[in-house]
Design a protein around this ligand. Structure first.
Ligand code: HEM
Length: 483
């Protein structure tokens, strides 16, 4: 008995010393100086993006781990690939900020608990296999051709293409990943896009006015009423998508020979087929669809804009891309095949370089489930951590002194050794499932655009807003001329 008690007290003593040491250690973690007033919600979008960029730079300057206070909560910021991998592999719970987007995305995927995520991710993995993605390239071509016709109406002047790209890429995401045409929906694409915008603004307003994080306060606010209206529109849109797919599905099961080849295994087919076995209710299915639509179209809209800004700012890069595109696809308007895509190596370097410098989702948040040993510090269990993907992508120790420059050639030099040094799609377990999809889509669209237009822009004028994604304000200053 005495031995057991001795052992117990010994262990408690070791644990106490360890906790003391680790919290002492954490006192040494540099605190990000207060520089921006995030409480003024009228300016929060722009201020938040400035703050995010500043926090990443600060973190890199002080050794890649820093912290700040959000009210009484200490939030740690990590910006080196080693610690990011540790956090994102070991900690599978999302941080409290994800609760804010739950009204919109629900609890089935991006903001879900780990066991629910694991079940649903298995189904998503089936829908994002390479052979399925290859089948999407024909649709990417069709959509890009139509987009280019609309872009031709906007030549010889600076244009913000955000809205046009959103309409096309939302349609593309639904047609491919969900296998449904949304152009004739009762809830129009435009009202869907407006409502998503509204929901993101409401979420940010709650973030910068923390008393609105309390549900019983928020419940009585004007914002809650606005949220209900926007949510109804967004949810009606995805419910209509599911209804259409179920009808197609019923028709095809009546006539098994009559399968729509283009969409034989879209994510929605897989969800509908597995709903009984995996106990996926209609509501769960709608939430998964909401997640996929959001993740698929918005990120790519901003990435397409950044790619055009980068190509348009560097004439020598533009010429190289054009020459490569012509040598692989010829002068005609023929469709790009999935076999063409790997041959466009310079274009791929340009796309990846833009995604490295301007990742659409520049941060992810986790809670430490256990005491987590980083390279130099221990984060005790229960800590809120932001992994700053944008800052990791510009970490000079890994990318060199020119990490802030747009230089596609670096993808042919010796790349950083650490696999998480290019973090835009998030390392670790809950990483982006759409990485290959995005690169294939962005390359196909870029080919069609570059064959038709000379692009000019100026990346030095880039200015950002942060909603759920880091987006360029006003497009940003892209000008097209017909070739
Ligand atoms: C270049 C464009 C994209 C970027 C930079 C990007 C980035 C990311 C990041 C950083 C995450 C992790 C989010 C987190 O942990 O909170 C994520 C998750 C996700 N992304 Fe993407 N994404 C892109 C495009 C896409 C596309 C096109 C799709 C779908 C077709 C997609 C589907 C998803 C899904 C479903 C998740 C949640 C995964 C999960 O929780 O298992 N993404 N994305």
């Amino acid at each position: 008995m005495i031995i057991y008690l001795g052992l117990l007290f010994g262990c408690l003593g070791v644990y106490w010393t360890y906790v003391k040491l680790s919290s002492y250690n954490n006192k040494l973690i540099p605190k990000i100086p207060k520089k921006f007033n995030l409480n003024n919600f009228r300016v929060c979008f722009k201020e938040l993006s400035k703050w995010l960029i500043y926090a990443g730079e600060y973190s890199n300057d002080v050794g890649c781990v820093s912290k700040f206070n959000y009210g009484p909560v200490v939030v740690y910021v990590v910006s080196n690939p080693e610690d990011a991998s540790t956090v994102l592999t070991r900690c599978t719970s999302k941080s409290f900020v994800y609760d804010l987007i739950k009204p919109y995305v629900g609890s089935q995927l991006i903001a879900s608990d780990y066991p629910v995520w694991k079940r649903n991710r298995r189904l998503l993995d089936l829908a994002f296999k390479q052979n399925i993605l290859n089948g999407y390239v024909a649709m990417f071509n069709k959509r890009a051709d139509a987009l280019v016709i609309d872009m031709s109406k906007e030549i010889n002047k600076e244009v913000d293409f955000t809205h046009l790209f959103s309409r096309y890429l939302l349609g593309t995401a639904c047609y491919t990943t969900l296998g449904v045409n949304v152009n004739d929906q009762e809830v129009s694409i435009d009202s869907y896009l407006k409502s998503v915008d509204k929901l993101i603004k409401i979420m940010l307003n709650r973030f910068v006015q923390p008393w609105l994080l309390l549900d019983f306060v928020f419940k009585f606010s004007e914002l809650k009423k606005e949220q209900d209206v926007a949510l109804e529109i967004v949810q009606n849109f995805s419910e209509e998508v599911i209804r259409k797919k179920k009808m197609q599905f019923a028709l095809n099961s009546d006539n098994p020979g009559d399968v729509d080849e283009d969409n034989a295994e879209s994510l929605l087919d897989i969800l509908i087929k597995n709903r009984n076995e995996d106990e996926i209710s209609d509501r769960n299915m709608r939430e998964i669809v909401d997640n996929v639509i959001l993740a698929a179209y918005d990120s790519n809209v901003y990435m397409m804009l950044y790619i055009l800004v980068c190509i348009g700012s560097y004439p020598e890069v533009q010429k190289k891309v054009y020459d490569e595109v012509i040598s692989v696809t010829g002068q005609t308007d023929r469709d790009i095949t999935h076999e063409d895509l790997p041959k466009l190596v310079y274009l791929e370097a340009v796309v990846k370089e833009a995604i490295r410098l301007y990742p659409a989702g520049p941060i992810v948040g986790r809670v430490t489930t256990f005491d987590t040993q980083l390279k130099e510090y221990v984060l005790p269990a229960g800590c809120q951590v932001i992994v700053h993907l944008g800052a990791i992508n510009r970490n000079k120790e890994h990318w060199g002194q020119d990490a802030d420059d747009f230089r596609p050639e670096r993808w042919f030099d010796s790349l950083p050794k650490h696999p998480a040094a290019f973090s835009s799609f998030s390392p670790g377990r809950r990483s982006c499932i759409g990485k290959s999809y995005s690169i294939m889509l962005l390359k196909t669209m870029a080919v069609k655009i570059i064959k038709k237009f000379n692009i000019s822009s100026d990346d030095k004028k880039l200015d950002f807003e942060f909603g759920l994604f880091l987006k360029p304000i006003a497009g940003h200053h892209i000008k097209l001329e017909l070739r």
